[in-house]
Design a protein around this ligand. Structure first.
Ligand SMILES: Cc1cc2nc3c(=O)[nH]c(=O)nc-3n(C[C@H](O)[C@H](O)[C@H](O)COP(=O)(O)OP(=O)(O)OC[C@H]3O[C@@H](n4cnc5c(N)ncnc54)[C@H](O)[C@@H]3O)c2cc1C
Length: 412
């Protein structure tokens, strides 16, 4: 099979790169093992949330202070605002409507009730522009009885610490009670499927209208499958309604993954789900083809290749007792040689491994044994030099490096 570009990994970065290339008429295949870390995404994207331990107010302005090895510095600080705008439009074209700007972070609320800086948040979700000027005072937090995926007490306490008056209202409906006969059904994704019907939504709306009292805004865990379900429920409820992130697997991230995949395929892209890139053939400084577990002796050939296989959690990087390595092509990796340095004791300590990744040149091209592979670019969380947990830059790096690599491929 010969393509213009083959992408390894179909998470946020791989899909966005595939979409941007397919939009420009390229024949693109994405080969991907399985689900991506988008399943952890509660409905917000981060561009740059924290530098030197301080919350960032304007990501675009803060990029210049990042170390040179950060992917944003490789892309060029002056391109960040433009690429961020392109990313927001591409998401919107795929059906993911988000609010926010790269020049001013807002705050998203985690399921544990912590406010974190964010760049984009889904329109139906709670977002706070300024923690000193809350958008409202009284919140009715609707807690579904028996629901597993929201630690309601922690969420309520966190919101109270931010300055909201929170009333926790436990509720159920006859049909949700019926779901509870099977405990595994009380997950966000099961409720989301159930609440696709207008009659189920109406029963939830009746409960909200009965209990919401004098609340300014009603908060519901993210159990609505899509914007249509949200709009329908909002039209039935007589107060402003906002969703708040749940524990993973999150409905919002799941929906983003399927919308992006659908859009990529609609543009003519080939999505090889459930297959794994296992090796490749190099001819000098170029990658000629990759082999996959399922295609066996039918290699995927292309002019250009993109590595978008994610970090340790997705097995884009692997650590064994001896070393940290990239498993498909054994590319050069930025990681401490001494394994004692990889981790620190204490779950909240900054962890060195979270900034490990493959080495690239200024054009995001991968390096093997010190030599650049000219037609292989790396994007997203497989890249070294950034830290999604400590810096809050994970989704931004995925989106912006995907678009930067696309431009570089198209201009070659
Ligand atoms: C627990 C967790 C929570 C997060 N929460 C947030 C958040 O709230 N907000 C936020 O902005 N960011 C968050 N992030 C960061 C964000 O999710 C990621 O930075 C971003 O989505 C990474 O996208 P990616 O495409 O680079 O990689 P991934 O999402 O890891 O996707 C990589 C894909 O490649 C596939 N793959 C791997 N190896 C191969 C192979 N050999 N062949 C084929 N396919 C392969 C995998 O199956 C996977 O589908 C979180 C990350 C994690 C881990």
């Amino acid at each position: 099979m010969r393509m213009d570009t083959v992408i390894m990994g179909g998470g946020l970065s791989g899909l966005v790169c595939g979409i941007a290339l397919a939009k420009r008429g390229q024949r693109v295949a994405i080969v991907t093992t399985g689900q991506s870390t988008l399943l952890f995404n509660g409905g917000s994207m981060e561009l740059l949330g924290c530098v030197d331990g301080k919350a960032v107010t304007s990501p675009v302005d803060a990029v210049a202070a990042l170390p040179e090895e950060h992917p944003y510095r490789k892309i060029g600080a002056e391109r960040i605002a433009d690429l961020a705008g392109q990313a927001k439009s591409l998401l919107s074209d795929a059906g993911i409507q988000m609010e926010g700007t790269a020049t001013a972070n807002h705050w998203r609320v985690t399921p544990m009730g912590v406010a974190k800086p964010a760049w984009l948040t889904l329109k139906s979700h709670l977002r706070i522009d300024d923690l000193d000027k809350l958008p409202c005072k009284r919140l009715a937090l609707m807690c579904v009885k028996g629901f597993f995926d929201e630690p309601n007490g922690m969420l309520a306490n966190g919101l109270r610490e931010m300055g909201f008056d929170v009333e926790m209202i436990e509720f159920t409906t006859d049909d949700i009670t019926a779901l509870r006969r099977s405990p595994s059904e009380m997950r966000a994704s099961s409720l989301a499927k159930h609440l696709l019907s207008n009659s189920s939504l109406q029963r939830v709306a009746d409960e909200i209208n009965r209990h919401a009292g004098n609340a300014d805004v009603v908060l519901l865990p993210n159990v609505l499958a899509d914007e249509d379900s949200y709009e329908t429920l909002q039209s039935m409820v007589n107060k402003p309604l906002r969703q708040v992130a749940t524990l993973p697997p999150a409905v919002a991230g799941n929906r983003m993954q399927s919308l992006l995949r659908h859009y990529f395929q609609m543009l003519g892209g080939t999505y090889l789900m459930g297959d794994t890139a296992v090796g490749g053939t190099l001819d000098g400084a170029r990658l000629v083809s990759i082999t996959t577990a399922k295609l066996g002796d039918m290699p995927l050939k292309a002019d250009e290749f993109v590595l978008a296989t994610g970090s340790f959690i997705s097995r884009g990087l692997v650590a064994d007792y001896e070393r940290v390595y990239e498993p498909i092509l054994d590319l050069d990796v930025d990681a401490d040689a001494d394994r004692e340095q990889w981790t620190r004791f204490g779950i909240l300590e900054p962890q060195a491994y979270s900034r490990y990744g493959v080495k690239t040149d200024g054009d995001l091209r991968c390096i093997k044994q010190g030599k650049t592979i000219h037609n292989l670019r790396a994007i997203g969380s497989v890249l070294s030099g950034h830290d999604a947990i400590k810096m809050g830059d994970g989704t931004g790096v995925s989106l912006l490096t995907a678009l930067a690599a696309t431009q570089s491929i198209l201009e070659k």
